[in-house]
Design a protein around this ligand. Structure first.
Ligand SMILES: CC(C)(COP(=O)(O)OP(=O)(O)OC[C@H]1O[C@@H](n2cnc3c(N)ncnc32)[C@H](O)[C@@H]1OP(=O)(O)O)[C@@H](O)C(=O)NCCC(=O)NCCS
Length: 177
């Protein structure tokens, strides 16, 4: 029964990858159903994080013994205004500044408990925080084919060109910013 419970924000703590290593969290146990993301997490994430190419944030649950249940990688980015009518109406410049949600993955043991939605909300909240200091209007991502519908359900919009159909965005102003 415990394992079917939906996650609430209070169930979750978030640490930078550096902090997670310092706290000796069990990162080695983490796995999802897709090898490309497992390879990324175990072989590349720390290089991205340390090189400041993508900062990796670790989601955990459990107060005393923390279990690593998900991660996101975020970086700065931008989207050409030619990619969507809504973007071309937004700016006189060629691009719209954005936060890139590079990776978002939950552990397979925590499938179907709403963790993806919580991690997405956390990323949007970070983008809103940053946008108070640095121009940042969008959260963008490049979805895998089988998650496009999930991101649509969460309000992300596909860009117009068929070629870039996996590129999706939300406008932070839709979140009251
Ligand atoms: C993308 C991802 C983080 C989304 O996580 P999530 O929203 O928690 O969804 P899960 O994949 O764990 O579970 C999906 C199922 O749970 C259901 N579900 C998700 N959130 C729910 C909620 N809050 N309440 C009830 N059901 C929920 C979904 O409807 C879906 O049902 P289905 O499998 O019958 O279609 C997750 O799917 C994942 O890590 N996938 C592997 C890596 C990946 O592809 N990442 C995307 C990179 S672009």
């Amino acid at each position: 029964l415990q394992n079917s419970k939906q996650f609430e924000p209070d169930d979750i703590d978030v640490y930078s990858l550096t902090k997670a290593i310092e706290l000796k969290l069990d990162l080695a146990r983490f796995r999802c159903e897709k090898n490309e993301f497992n390879d990324y997490f175990h072989n590349t994430a720390l290089k991205d994080h340390n090189g400041n190419l993508g900062r990796v944030w670790i989601f955990t649950t459990g107060k005393r013994k923390k279990r690593v249940i998900g991660f996101v990688t975020v970086a700065m980015s931008q989207l050409s205004k030619q990619e969507h009518k809504k973007l071309s109406d937004m700016t006189h410049h060629k691009h719209v500044p954005a936060l890139l949600l590079g990776q978002m993955v939950r552990d397979i043991d925590f499938h179907g408990r709403g963790l993806g939605s919580l991690m997405k909300d956390w990323v949007i909240a970070r983008a809103i925080d940053h946008s108070k200091h640095i121009g940042c209007r969008l959260v963008i991502l490049h979805s895998v084919d089988d998650k496009i519908d999930t991101y649509k359900k969460w309000g992300f919009v596909q860009v117009d060109s068929k070629k870039n159909k996996n590129t999706m965005f939300v406008d932070l102003s839709w979140h009251g910013q």
